[in-house]
Design a protein around this ligand. Structure first.
Ligand SMILES: *Cc1c(COP(=O)(O)O)cnc(C)c1O
Length: 328
């Protein structure tokens, strides 16, 4: 492995804390619940994209780029963290966001503006073409763009989650605890792919449960195949010769509800429960849904009461303000 020698630009405050969810665990009658606070990665309100951006920005700087380009949903946390990473690294940032310019910018969109990014509002159907055109156009203007895929989910970005797994395993060793299950939100795949590679590298034997956030897109390969591709790219990038296939990924498609960003009682209950019992803020799109899934799995007795389940908080709370109408 060559992780130590890969280009990396420091952005995150690591290690992120692990905390016990004692009240919630007691209220549910077990299992023991832990939470890994990647909502506290530290960059402009935090989140999981910060770990990926350390490696993506590292490569961008190595290639002499002066501008980061990326794309995402209207309230993408990835876009906001990319805007902040660009600011820290002295780069410009161009964001392709789905939708139309809101009258009053709120949540992540407000933050993008304050962080100095330029936002292009586009329709989702235009995204692929714009991701090709914009770099060409900037190059003609003499700029050196570096394109980051949606969610930062390629082998370079997912390397951040290989390191995150190594970090977790070291922390658990330090507090003499073991974890039987890890539950987390899975959307563009870099987080889950990186964790699976990290589990292989460290010999972690707990079960990973990726809670799927998006309905599958017919124009794309099945999600488990996409995850295997990202994991293999990651393995290549870090110099680990393991091979991954779709079977290496445990994905729970049971909590999709109305699809990406559609808030239902599942998310509302989870957000209020974590807020009122633990003082922890979840988000409406990802962690609300993943925690809703965890609660449902506990109620279905998927976990034994003596097992330990770790919820990996991946951030996203800035989007809450833009979703206020769906939450009250
Ligand atoms: C992007 C995101 C995820 C999903 O991570 P992927 O690597 O895209 O699968 C989960 N939670 C939050 C808050 C996110 O912003």
């Amino acid at each position: 492995m060559q992780i130590e020698s890969l280009p990396r630009f420091p952005l995150a405050q690591l290690p992120t804390p692990i905390e016990e969810l004692k009240s919630l665990s007691r209220e549910l009658g077990g299992p023991e619940l832990l939470i890994k606070r990647d909502d506290q990665t530290g960059l402009a309100l935090g989140g999981n994209k910060t770990r990926k951006l350390e490696f993506l920005v590292g490569q961008a700087l190595e290639q002499g780029a002066d501008t980061l380009i990326t794309a995402g949903a209207a309230q993408s946390n990835h876009c906001r963290q990319t805007a902040a990473a660009a600011a820290r690294a002295g780069l410009r940032c161009e964001l392709l966001r789905n939708g139309t310019k809101p009258e009053l910018p709120n949540g992540n969109v407000l933050l993008d503006e304050l962080l100095g990014a330029r936002i292009h509002w586009i329709q989702p159907s235009e995204r692929a073409a714009k991701l090709r055109e914009l770099p060409d156009q900037l190059q003609k203007e003499g700029r050196k763009p570096y394109v980051i895929p949606v969610g930062g989910s390629n082998g370079v970005g997912a390397t951040g989650y290989v390191l995150a797994m190594i970090e977790l395993v070291e922390q658990l060793h330090g507090i003499k605890r073991s974890v039987d299950h890890i539950v987390f939100a899975s959307s563009s795949g870099g987080t889950q792919a990186g964790m699976v590679v990290g589990a292989k590298v460290t010999g972690f034997v707990g079960k990973l449960h990726g809670v799927r956030i998006d309905k599958d897109d017919r124009d794309r390969p099945p999600y488990d195949h996409e995850l295997a591709d990202i994991a293999n790219e990651t393995g290549n990038y870090i110099g680990c010769d393991a091979q991954f296939t779709a079977k290496d990924f445990n994905i729970d498609y049971g909590y999709l509800g109305g699809g990406y960003g559609i808030v239902s009682n599942l998310e509302r209950e989870a957000i209020r429960l974590l807020g009122s019992r633990e003082g922890i803020v979840l988000d409406p799109v990802y962690t609300g849904r993943a925690m809703g899934a965890l609660l449902a799995l506990v109620r279905k007795k998927t976990f034994r009461p003596d097992e330990t389940v770790l919820f990996w908080h991946t951030g996203g709370a800035p989007a809450l303000f833009a979703y206020a109408k769906d939450l009250v």
